[in-house]
Design a protein around this ligand. Structure first.
Ligand SMILES: NC(=O)c1ccc[n+]([C@@H]2O[C@H](COP(=O)([O-])OP(=O)(O)OC[C@H]3O[C@@H](n4cnc5c(N)ncnc54)[C@H](O)[C@@H]3O)[C@@H](O)[C@H]2O)c1
Length: 277
């Protein structure tokens, strides 16, 4: 099987790493050669660390070829898109992929919050379009949601599911609804947690302790939002609110204010907690 990955940023590089680790021939596309090389460097670094820690015996970075040209996907069986989270660039890309890829190739999107059906609608063969929603960091998080859009064929869905397994993930099946499964549950739940900070006048540390020791969460909600990134959470929350108009989906004012103030969590050194740099 030959896999294509479009966009080698946070998610795409992680997905390409999984494909190389699984021994699959992998084509990665970035907008410039420099960005592609940077991603290859990161992939090689993480896989070398796995060898050092005896988590894998070896890997062959030669399986990864880089390109800036979409036509390099011509021989791929599955192409996974992981570019910016905006509908128009994704629709434009899928129309291009349809032109260059084999007629039986499956086209997958890693979108978190956009409609897979709307992305598929940019092609004249929406049957072969499916969602493959990995979680960040893709090499470490075991889950992938396999998302069936309105017109996804059983064949394309099955191919995406099998690829998820081949990449060492635990795939789950769902339909194309806002937030799919995990984010649809987790985002309003985290918003509730943040609202409780103000309502119950509890400190972030006590709230986190409450959920860890009283509900068995592996990590407290404030720690989790800091890890995800306050801005990333607010953005995802706004996207769900736009689609569902349920008050719990809307980002709490406290998080919006934090995002505007540059308190983005771990990556900025401060969110609910402070982190040493
Ligand atoms: N970051 C997360 O936590 C997360 C989790 C699950 C899903 N996603 C989804 O994955 C996708 C990518 O997110 P990310 O966080 O990796 O973003 P990112 O900004 O880190 O990476 C996107 C990359 O795509 C490249 N790119 C843009 N247009 C391109 C094109 N036409 N062809 C090739 N490359 C192109 C950019 O140069 C950039 O390197 C989004 O749809 C996002 O919603 C993100």
């Amino acid at each position: 099987m030959k896999v294509g990955v479009v966009g080698l940023g946070t998610m795409g590089a992680g997905i390409a790493q999984l494909a190389v680790e699984a021994g699959l021939e992998t084509v990665g596309r970035e907008v410039t050669d420099e960005l592609g090389e940077k991603a290859r460097g990161r992939i090689e670094h993480f896989l070398s660390r796995k060898v050092e820690k005896s988590q894998i015996d070896s890997f062959d970075i030669g399986l990864l070829s880089l390109t800036t040209d979409v036509s390099a996907f011509a021989e791929c069986d599955v192409v996974i898109e992981a570019i910016v989270e905006e509908l128009e660039p994704k629709r434009k890309l899928f129309a291009e992929l349809e032109r260059v890829c084999r007629a039986d190739a499956v086209l997958a999107t890693n979108t978190s919050a956009l409609s897979v059906t709307e992305i598929a609608g940019a092609t004249s063969t929406p049957e072969r379009v499916v969602g493959m929603h990995f979680f960040n960091p893709a090499p470490l998080m075991p889950l992938v949601e396999i998302v069936r859009a309105e017109r996804t064929s059983d064949g394309a869905f099955g191919t995406a599911y099998a690829l998820g397994e081949r990449l060492g993930k635990h795939p789950i099946r769902c339909h194309d609804t806002p937030g799919f499964v995990v984010n649809r549950i987790l985002i309003p739940l985290l918003n509730d947690c943040v609202r409780v900070l103000d309502e119950a006048r509890v400190t972030p540390a006590d709230l986190d302790a409450g959920m860890k020791h009283g509900a068995g969460w592996p990590m407290g909600p404030c720690e989790l939002v800091d890890l995800v990134g306050i801005d990333v959470h607010v953005h995802a929350s706004e996207a769900l609110w736009e689609k569902l108009r349920e008050p719990r989906m809307a980002p709490p004012a406290r998080l919006v204010a934090m995002a505007n103030a540059g308190l983005l969590g771990r990556k900025s050194g401060r969110g609910f907690y402070e982190y040493g740099r």
